[in-house]
Design a protein around this ligand. Structure first.
Ligand code: ADP
Ligand code: MG
Length: 466
């Protein structure tokens, strides 16, 4: 197998989880890598269409990240494809030139296509990430409203728009929707550039190396809207930050829209220069929190409709109750159900779902262990794990340790003495820490939010381990 594809596939595995990866990416074959195009072969049309619709952008992004430049993916069919069952699901003709053969439009597509002569989806952005496919609930309401405002009046209302939140909660979806909308509306075509910050960095480094910085700058300053995804990747990259600072200023001065996402608020991004942080904070900052149960049910139902999957309400409820941390995981469950049901030609009942999702879901219920709490707390506060477990008594480290002890007590079944052993302390120290932190959690709302954030982090680690 080709090294680039192998590395990209590893990235995709991290993102999809082992089960999703084995179901969908494992059966693909690498064919060729020419220039900036990688050709991949799907075993049959069902696969190809499904991949085209759901995973092509992910593949393109992973390959681009590994190659350090923007890559294209061409999906072809394997030799035995003719005997495969024809796809039963509607597919959005993917806009990158190798659309699937049956090219039926989804209802959402059809409804808006007539109104927008350019089509309503930008050719290289993920076509599934539109406003129509985004479910609004209390946890993302504000970010959604801000995104709509920006999409309707780019460069005028909130510039930049900065959206932050945990993994898999819809940041990329929402900012991509802004891109589609800006591209499709207005009286003239507008250049929309979406780029993961990591690729911005790689492209800049390559341009520096090849002495092509003028071209690099030109490319970014020509656009009407720049969407930079996951700007936390700029942390500690001074040269990239400097370059982006100038790009930002040039675009902002021309009132071109800038949209940013990150897993944290600007001030929590370590190693972010003050001047850039100021710029990031100068527009509107909106957060996305994990969705509540009602919203999760709505998301499951919406995705099912889009995938042409008949799902009884109690099954949607079962899935939504089982996965609480992360929307991507919810989708993973649904994808797996869809695949199993279509291969087995079975009806999807709660029992079928329970069986099918057994391995995926058991992990969500599992409690974290003391080690993973220690590690997560250390990461969260940017200290080393060894320091957390050491005898050091500096205020900051002692405080982090108390938080870790509190969480161990709250989230595991371990007794005070057992927890003490993991920290090399006796049980009275753990009890003291636990009470101290518990009092602060009840009296200090900002602190409580931080603690909840760590708990969410722990949950998503377990979810990803599934
Ligand atoms: P992030 O960028 O925050 O890590 P993504 O935007 O990649 O998350 O979202 C992960 C998956 O969950 C995507 O497939 C996206 O479509 C889906 N998703 C997240 N939030 C929603 C939502 N509110 N409605 C519909 N789909 C959502
Ligand atoms: Mg994202």
């Amino acid at each position: 197998m080709n090294g680039l594809w192998q590395r990209a596939a590893d990235r995709i595995r991290d993102e999809l989880g082992q089960v999703g990866y084995e179901t969908w990416i494992g059966p693909l074959n690498f064919v060729a890598h020419q220039g900036s195009t990688v050709t991949i072969e799907a075993p049959n049309r069902f696969f190809r269409d499904w991949i085209n619709e759901r995973y092509l952008s992910m593949m393109r992004a992973a390959l681009s990240k590994e190659a350090g430049e923007e890559m294209e993916v061409r999906l072809t069919l394997g030799e035995n494809a003719a005997v495969a069952t024809p796809p039963q699901r509607p597919t959005n003709g993917h806009a990158d030139g190798h659309a699937n053969s049956n090219g039926k439009a989804t209802a959402a597509n059809r409804a808006t296509a007539a109104a927008a002569p350019r089509g309503d989806r930008h050719p290289t952005l993920n076509s599934r990430y539109s406003f129509a496919e985004f479910v609004v609930g209390s946890a993302n309401q504000f970010a959604h409203a801000a995104a709509l405002a920006v999409a309707n009046q780019p460069g005028e209302k909130y510039n930049p728009l900065f959206i932050y939140g945990g993994v898999g909660l819809g940041k990329t979806h929402l900012v991509t929707a802004i891109g589609h909308h800006i591209w499709a509306s207005g009286d003239r075509p507008r250049k929309v550039l979406f780029m993961p910050a990591e690729i911005f960095m790689n492209e800049m480094i390559n341009s520096l190396r090849r002495d092509k910085m003028n071209e690099f700058r030109e490319k970014f300053r020509r656009v009407d809207t720049l969407i930079l995804d996951d700007v936390q990747f700029l942390a500690g990259r001074e040269r990239t930050q400097e370059e982006f600072f100038h790009t930002f200023n040039a675009l902002h001065a021309e009132r071109h829209q800038i949209v940013l996402t990150s897993d944290k608020v600007p001030r929590e991004i370590p190693g972010l220069e003050d001047r850039l942080r100021n710029r990031f904070e100068s527009g509107l900052i909106a957060d996305i929190a994990p969705p509540d149960l009602e919203t999760r049910v709505a998301i499951v139902q919406k995705k099912a409709v889009l995938d042409n999957l008949r799902l009884a309400p109690e099954v949607a409820m079962y899935i939504a109750q089982s996965v609480s941390s992360n929307v991507r995981e919810l989708e993973g469950c649904l994808t797996r159900l869809a695949a199993l049901a279509s291969f087995n030609q079975a009806a999807i009942t709660v029992d079928f779902a329970r069986q099918a999702l057994q391995d995926l879901i058991r992990n969500h219920d599992a409690k974290p262990d003391v080690e993973s709490i220690q590690k997560t707390v250390a990461d969260f506060f940017h200290i080393r794990l060894a320091e957390l477990k050491s005898k050091k008594r500096t205020q900051h480290i002692a405080f982090c340790r108390q938080v870790a002890m509190y969480l161990c007590r709250k989230l595991t079944d371990s007794s005070f003495p057992t927890i003490g052993e993991h920290f090399g302390r006796d049980h009275s120290t753990v009890i003291h820490a636990h009470n101290l932190i518990m009092r602060r959690v009840t009296s200090d709302p900002a602190f409580r939010l931080s603690i909840e954030k760590i708990e969410r982090e722990l949950k998503s680690i377990r979810a990803n381990a599934a």
